[in-house]
Ligand binder design. Structure first.
Ligand SMILES: CC(=O)N[C@H](C=O)[C@@H](O)[C@H](O)[C@H](O)CO
Ligand SMILES: CC(=O)C(=O)O
Length: 308
């Protein structure tokens, strides 16, 4: 049995976008405002500095600042998971220690990127992070970007440790998700990564999800989760399909994060542009962003009207 409160990690956790000012520097006030917006939306938590959070495009100091802004605003209300993955183990360890010092609820990390690493190397990397704090640790498995295939064997070995409470799986195989759940056991969390498969992942064993597009439509994912929890599968599926059409549109822009940030800006949350090499939305695409935002807001109002 894990001694951590696993329930605080079950549910909808937004992979939060980073906030920059006009010159591209971390914007602390904007980060606090965005975190507040999310806390008021009713989600369970925030995942800071991951893929959507552009942690890999920031310096160690910038990553600390972004996390500090979020924790100071919502650390008492939401579960805050600090993604500390970095190419160098020592940077990850520094970030993990900092996260613990300022009150993060868990740390998480991808395998060290860039080098093609062996499983023992990835294991040692993760172990150094785990050993550096008393915080629970969530593995971040995203082979399509890291190139590292996490085996069920290594997952099982990691999951046997008290501090390793779960895995966020962004691979698109729900079979793999189910195998990880089976290997980890009941008190090991499996968190769904691909937002397009939230309901599929949940149905086959995921305890919740961490996703980037949740950040522009938290109400819709909360609704899918509520429908699922109440056994209303047809309704849950209907909304997953609506969400998927929206995600397909989001993915049609030069960068997904640029599109999501442009939508947030329309709602009064200016988080700046994504960092290069991620592309912002072009001026000529703004009418399409506007229309997409209206559609999402319309669905959010509909869901609110339906209650549950
Ligand atoms: C690479 C990436 O950003 N993955 C996110 C997390 O796993 C997802 O939330 C996607 O943004 C989402 O599923 C859209 O494809
Ligand atoms: C974790 C995740 O979904 C992301 O960082 O985008």
């Amino acid at each position: 049995m894990k001694s951590y409160n696993l329930d605080s990690f079950r549910g909808i956790i937004i992979a939060m976008y980073s906030c920059y000012d006009v010159s591209g520097e971390i914007d602390l006030a904007a980060a606090r405002r965005l975190a507040r917006y999310y806390a008021d939306s009713g989600v369970k938590g925030l995942y800071v500095g991951g893929s959507s959070g552009e942690g890999m495009l920031q310096s160690v100091i910038e990553r600390k600042l972004m996390l500090e802004a979020v924790i100071s605003e919502v650390g008492d209300e939401l579960t805050v998971i600090a993604h500390v993955g970095a190419p160098a183990t020592r940077d990850s360890v520094e970030l993990a220690i900092h996260a613990e010092t300022i009150g993060a609820h868990a740390v998480s990390a991808v395998p060290a990127i860039y080098y093609r690493l062996s499983a023992p190397s990835v294991e040692a990397h993760w172990q150094a992070i785990i050993d550096s704090t008393d915080l629970p640790f969530i593995i971040y498995h995203i082979p399509q970007t890291t190139g590292f295939q996490l085996s069920v064997g290594l997952l099982s070995k990691m999951a046997a440790q008290e501090k390793v409470i779960g895995v966020k799986i962004s691979a698109e195989s729900t079979f793999e998700l189910q195998q990880f759940k089976a290997a980890g056991g009941e008190d090991f969390l499996v968190l769904n990564g691909p937002d397009e498969q939230y309901l599929a992942g949940r149905s086959i064993g995921a305890d919740g999800g961490i996703g980037g597009t949740y950040g522009v439509m938290p109400e819709l994912f909360l609704h899918i989760e509520n429908c699922y929890a109440q056994g209303k599968m047809a309704e849950a599926l209907k909304w997953q399909f609506i969400v998927n059409a929206l995600i397909v549109e989001l993915l049609s822009f030069p960068s997904l994060y640029g599109a999501c940030k442009a939508i947030l800006k329309l709602r009064g949350y200016d988080t700046g542009e994504p960092r290069m090499p991620l592309l912002p939305v072009a001026e000529t695409d703004l009418p399409r962003i506007h229309a997409l935002n209206e559609r999402i807001l319309g669905f959010a109002a509909q869901v609110k009207g339906e209650g549950l």
